[in-house]
Ligand binder design. Sequence first.
Ligand SMILES: [Zn+2]
Length: 246
Amino acid sequence: MRRPRFDKKKIADFALSLLVLAGTLCLAWMGLTEKRTLPASASPGITLGDIPDDACVIIIDAGHGGFDGGAVGTETGAIEAELNLSIAKTLADELTKSGFYVIMTRSGDGALGDTKSEDMKARGEIIGLERADAVVSIHINKFRDRTVSGPMVFYMKGSEAGKSLADSIMFSLCEKLGRAPRYTNPEDLFVLRVPKAPSVLIECGFLSNAADEALLVTPEHRENIAKAAAEGIKNYFAQMKSGDPR
Ligand SMILES: [Zn+2]
């Protein structure tokens, strides 16, 4: 009769599965605790635990910042990152006044990291928050054909909710800025792909177009853009509420 002997491979497999389980539990715990805080660059002083359960949370991403200034105005040398932040802040104020809960990827001039990849990683952590109901990224365009002008709104290709949000914002922008209606555009960009919530990228005009640039450097025009975007976002959520009983 053979004596039962320890099967070394089975013991090793068992030990390994225990390790994997412990690791998984640890990661799950870290995930839970991580949800309570926001990366340092995001709206200082806010933790996710502060957000009421029934709040509608909008994440606003002011494009670029710090070492990455984005596009530069041909006539005035205006820096896209600064104009983006000014529009993003007014948009945040408008939405907050209307009862939305706003989280910003950056509220100061700096980037979110020392390199582009660090910046994108930190931005991705914020725009990818599960608690988001929508993500809005603010940019200003530049194009070699200097006659091209006006706002453009992009949404993640294939996202119906993203398209509805983009259409609603575009409608408000064209109405408020007195421009002819314009289609929105599907795209596959980092800031559109990462969020689970409907996400849009608003290009507020073209710094390569003299007329757009002259407007974009005025606070009044940037305020008009922010107010129109806020209107479009509010209308989108009002439609969702009335049309979708969830
Ligand atoms: Zn940009």
